[in-house]
Design a protein around this ligand. Structure first.
Ligand code: ADP
Length: 827
């Protein structure tokens, strides 16, 4: 380091040292250290007592900063702050200017000529001479070459410490000539080597040189780094296991051989891009603050008390066992009940990355495990794809719709998934495309499904089922108020000042425009409502703006006048206020007086600005959403919920159905017509329900032997009105049997009674699924009494209290109990 020279620093280096981004003309003091040391270990003794001042002369967009040094300074006081920044007090050094005019220049010219001569014959000579021509002084040459000087830090510092300019010049000159001699000697020595040896030496030296230069070039122009080079670097840095690294290098070699136009180039490129894009680093388990996690879950989702409780337990266990995966959770419930989004909240609570992988409609094993690379258009499977997207090796991965996995001739995706989820096997999960193992053991898997019925048993066994029972109307209201509506308004860019949606309107939307256990449809409706409102708001604002422009013109003159007056008033009251303050100070109540005074000034100031604000604010009346506008704003017809029938008639009984959208009530209608024992079933019924019909017929015949002949003498017609959603499942068994019993006995069942349960040929009522949703549907439809299978009694815990309060729920274990309690059979 000497004055009047250029010092080059990388921008990062500058930022690190100066703790700020470089800007041209930044003033700096450069200190020189006695030895290499970490910044935080430095004390005031770490530095030599003389430094150099300078300024940033250039901030180069290619990433370096040029500092032009100016003069030498004594570091009088060096203070090191606790944050390792340095504070200095400096004074100018004594300079002995003993160089006569022109001497320095003459020395420089001579040195330049000698250097040129010395460098002739070297391959790099030409280039180096180009640089040399850019230097203007020995100082600059010496600084540029100083990294090659065989000098200790002390020796270098001695040059800086020299007050005499003449002596300093001599010392610098000497250092450069010494360097020249050394390089001469080493060239001679090299020449003396045997030719063979020289060749080997040269080759390896060139290679090293090339590597170094390449790296430097890469750093200077990251955008120009070749793909091959990029992959080389990435493979080195990715932290892959040995097998993976071996495979990647093999593919890279093939890519090099193929060149850019080869038939396999694309495939090889994609492969490397994929494997080097994965995170191979093992993440350390983090301590989780349980109350914070609880708060995150609470903030994002309303209700779901049991679900949240269960999740917190899981997190607590993971915390204690320092595990990242935990047991595999399966969230089961109707769409829109928050299964996926709570997965996201779990990731947030755990401070981990979240990724969602949809398995709906997956039929090929390759979708899970990838295609072999020999296959044209081969791709990695969805699991590894998800890992890549997450960018880490331990994301929270939500596997959506595991109940929608199919099986095809292309293998069983379920069994591949089993391998993914099995902690015994998933630390070496091998995707066919990658063809090397990847460790999935730190991934936290959460699966979601609408029902467990179609999930293969072995898969189900691995998971812990957590049920999402659907929301009651009041839950939905709270969710809409607290979460969905604010989100929709934000998404559509409307504010509470612009659109007013009353509680009543939200309830109307829930009751009349949605039919679901979850809130997905509700969210869509609210989005549509806000979108419609947004259009209206911008229309009104447009109109108001035109009006305002006219008004503004007129108001401008008036405002200017008013402002003038108000400013005057402000002036007057300011003096008054100051006076008041003065007086009050005398009266020993300074604080009060001061606040009174500042209030006055404040008022005066307000008065001065008031006319302007009035002109600026264009007032637009908010849109108040009214019930009669809903249909148009939502652009939808109100949904039709089945309600209890108005009159009772033998042969018609109300049942309860579970559908993917939640619960619904259904009616089973039966009728005898003159005929010869045929029976017809109509309505949208699944195969399982058709079987229930057969069971019911046999059962009724055996329970009412004297009426059995009716079935021979008549044709039987059973109809299940379609309603809004197709229904299937065995749980209509009891309803079917009751309807037929009612028909044959001629005794009608009250339409406010509903029932659900499977029946066996012996008349035993067996348990069913989806009880909470069914009971919610019953209470919504106005049912008063519900028969449920005895064995489902435990599920009542899951049913919201407000639903239970509205219903009389009667557990039964046998068909005859139902028939007695509905009045078909006498007790
Ligand atoms: P699922 O995965 O069960 O089909 P989602 O997680 O996709 O349902 O939820 C649908 C939408 O409803 C999301 O916008 C979600 O944030 C919202 N949502 C669902 N349940 C709740 C809840 N309890 N509180 C707040 N928002 C909810």
């Amino acid at each position: 380091m000497v004055p009047d020279a250029n010092i080059y620093l990388k921008s990062d280096q500058y930022r690190h040292l100066a703790r700020r981004y470089a800007e041209v003309n930044d003033r700096v003091v450069l200190l020189s250290c006695k030895k290499e040391e970490h910044r935080k270990d430095m004390t005031e003794d770490s530095f030599y007592p003389i430094g150099v001042t300078g300024f940033v002369n250039e901030v180069n967009p290619e990433g370096y900063v040029v500092i032009r040094t100016t003069g030498r300074v004594n570091l009088d006081i060096i203070g090191i702050n606790p944050d390792h920044t340095i504070e200095l007090t400096v004074s100018r050094c004594n300079e002995i200017e003993d160089l006569e005019d022109g001497v320095e220049q003459a020395h420089f010219e001579r040195l330049k000529a000698d250097l040129k001569e010395n460098w002739q014959g070297f391959e790099w000579g030409e280039q180096a001479m180009g640089y040399l021509n850019q230097f203007h002084s020995i100082n600059e040459v010496a600084v540029a070459m100083s990294i090659w000087f065989k000098m200790s830090a002390d020796e270098k510092y001695d040059i800086l410490a020299q007050d005499s300019h003449k002596k300093r010049l001599e010392m610098l000159e000497k250092a450069v000539y010494e360097f020249m001699e050394v390089s001469k000697v080493s060239t001679k020595a090299a020449n003396a080597q045997q030719e063979d040896y020289q060749k080997i030496y040269k080759e390896s030296a060139i290679k090293k040189q090339m590597e170094l230069l390449q790296r430097e070039l890469d750093e200077m122009h990251p955008e120009k780094v070749s793909d091959i080079r990029k992959f080389e670097i990435k493979i080195e840095e990715a932290g892959m296991n040995e097998t993976a690294k071996g495979e990647a290098l093999k593919v890279l070699n093939r890519l090099k051989q193929e060149g850019s136009g080869g038939t396999e180039t694309g495939m090889l490129y994609d492969y490397l891009d994929f494997v080097t894009g994965l995170s191979w680093k093992k993440e350390q388990p983090q301590d989780i603050d349980l109350s914070e996690a609880e708060a995150v879950l609470e903030e994002d989702h309303f209700g779901l008390k049991k679900v949240k409780q269960r999740i917190i337990q899981q997190i607590a266990v993971m915390n204690l066992k320092k595990e990242q995966a935990g047991s595999i959770l399966l969230f089961v419930g109707a769409p829109g009940t928050g299964k996926t989004s709570i997965g996201q909240s779990i990731a947030k609570a755990l401070h981990r990355k979240y990724v969602r992988v949809s398995l709906g409609g997956v039929r090929d094993e390759a979708d899970i495990r990838g295609h072999r690379r020999t296959y044209i258009g081969a791709m990695p499977g969805r699991i590894m794809d998800g890992i890549k997207k997450s960018g880490v090796s331990n994301p929270v991965m939500v596997l959506d719709e595991v109940d929608k996995l199919g099986v095809s001739y292309n293998g069983d995706p379920g069994s591949a998934l089993l391998e993914v989820l099995d902690p015994e096997q998933n630390s070496t999960f091998t995707d066919h495309y990658m063809n090397v193992p990847y460790d999935l053991s730190d991934v936290m898997f959460i699966c979601t499904a609408n029902s467990v019925d179609t999930i293969p048993e072995p898969l189900l066994n691995r998971m812990e089922v957590i049920r999402f029972n659907g929301y009651t109307a009041s839950d939905k209201f709270q969710i809409a108020r607290r979460h969905l509506l604010p989100k929709s308004m934000k998404a559509m860019g409307v504010t509470e000042e612009e659109i007013v949606i009353s509680d009543d309107i939200i309830r109307k939307i829930i009751d009349n425009y949605t039919m679901e256990s979850g809130v997905r449809g509700l969210r869509k409706r609210l989005d549509t409502l806000c979108r419609s409102a947004a259009v209206e708001v911008s229309k009104r604002q447009g109109a108001a703006a035109v009006e305002a422009a006219k008004a503004a013109k007129a108001a401008e003159t008036a405002a200017a006048e008013a402002a003038g007056k108000a400013a005057e008033a402000a002036k007057v009251s300011e003096t008054a206020a100051a006076e008041a303050a003065g007086q009050a100070a005398g009266a020993k109540a300074p604080e009060e007086a001061e606040s009174a005074a500042s209030e006055k000034v404040g008022q005066a100031a307000e008065a001065a600005t008031a006319p302007q604000t009035e002109v600026a604010a264009v007032k637009v009346e908010p849109i108040v959403v009214k019930e009669e506008d809903l249909r148009e704003m939502l652009d939808a017809k109100p949904v039709r919920h089945d309600r209890v029938l108005a009159e009772k008639k033998p042969g018609i009984v109300t049942g309860l159905a579970w559908t993917a959208a939640g619960g619904e009530i259904l009616f089973i209608e039966t009728l005898f017509t003159k005929g010869s024992g045929k029976f017809t079933v109509t309505g949208q019924l699944g195969d399982v329900m058709k079987e229930s019909v057969q069971i019911a017929v046999s059962l009724v015949k055996s329970m009412f032997p004297d009426k059995a002949s009716l079935f021979e003498e008549n044709d039987l017609h059973i109809h299940v009105p379609e309603g809004a959603v197709p229904k299937d499942g065995p749980s209509a068994g009891i309803t079917m049997t009751t309807a037929l019993s009612s028909l044959v006995s001629g005794r009608a069942v009250a339409p406010t009674i509903a029932m659900t349960g499977e029946v066996s040929l012996r008349g035993v009522v067996t348990p069913i699924g989806g009880l909470p949703e069914k009971l919610m549907a019953a209470s919504r439809a106005g049912i008063q009494t519900v028969f449920i299978p005895q064995e489902n009694e435990d599920d009542l815990d899951e049913v919201p209290q407000e639903v239970k309060d509205k219903l009389t729920i009667i557990p039964v274990s046998d068909v005859t109990e139902v028939l007695e309690k509905t009045g078909i059979l006498d007790k």
